[in-house]
Design a protein around this ligand. Sequence first.
Ligand code: SAM
Length: 362
Amino acid sequence: MSDVSQRVDPAQLQKFSKNVSGSVVGGLNCALSFVGEQLGLYTALAQIGPANSESLAQKTNLSERWVREWLYQQACIGQIEYTEETDSFYLSPEARLVLAEPDHPAYLGGMLQSVVAMFETVDTLPGAFRSGIGQSFDDKGENCACGIERMSKKFQSSYLVPRLLPALDQVIEKLEHGARVADVGCGAATSTIAMAKAFPNSEFTGYDISLNALGRARTNIQNAGINNVRLANAIDNPLPEDSSIDFITTFDVVHDSTHPALLIDAIRQSLKTDGTWLCADIKGRPSFAENLRENPTATLAYSFSVMVCMSAGLSVPGGAGLGTLGFHEQKAREMTGAAGFSRFRTIDYEGDIFNAFYEIRP
Ligand SMILES: C[S@@+](CC[C@H](N)C(=O)[O-])C[C@H]1O[C@@H](n2cnc3c(N)ncnc32)[C@H](O)[C@@H]1O
């Protein structure tokens, strides 16, 4: 022990402690930002402009003392601006987009919600490390499904129909004419609804295995007022493996699935011979060393992986547990080739920092 302490560089120790403290503050800030988001504090501040704690508390009908301390914390971490002369707080234009505009692609409220939902299940992690068995999406609770829904919706509503589908070979023509579509691992059906609204002649089925997600999907479909979407619980009602589907989509599903090879096989068997699978999955590199060196989202991805994605992929004995970065392009090429797909093209779309998009065909 004393040998180790003799080799400690005090400057490095200070730097290291500062880094860890920063992460601790990040955890606290996540919870406090989520509370602020849920209470409408950011949107209220965006509406009333520079404000002190009294006027923000009045606007939100909250206790001034609590609002004041929250504002101090938010100003210290740099999410809310403070003007000393007027003792007032305001959101910068950038902070408004990230914290107060739920429909903007830069909005991070959904991510805050899913991270806070993960905190609720921290107690289960030591057991998972011992047994090797993780938690399914439903074990993570409704907040996790809801957070994922909010993260996905803003991306899918802004890029899927206008940007991604036109990049696929002949898919738009088929959808306009009337196609059979399966959105596998549809979650809350945000992608299914965006496509179904744009292509009323086509029939869409959203498949999922999470009851929370299917519940959210049912409500969202009703609210959307569309009648060309049905839902299926993939456990009792799996993909029809009869070459009858024109177009299949998976948005961040394969890396989460317990048996990705079986899922890819089922997709292959369900697609018509001239069909297309649009697969979105997390951008990763083939090795940890490459992710560490080159992947700007690696820290976030590995954190999500232990808490959610790898855990879901290991939620049954024998689960693959690919992990958040585990279905990278090289792996996707290998696994789809093994399932009998012969064409694989990476879509050139840089608008999503997390996902890569592949057009995969029999
Ligand atoms: C990260 S979520 C993505 C949900 C949705 N696609 C989105 O973009 O918001 C992954 C979803 O895949 C579902 N899933 C995992 N394995 C599946 C399988 N074999 N069949 C159908 N759904 C599956 C999970 O229940 C979960 O809802």
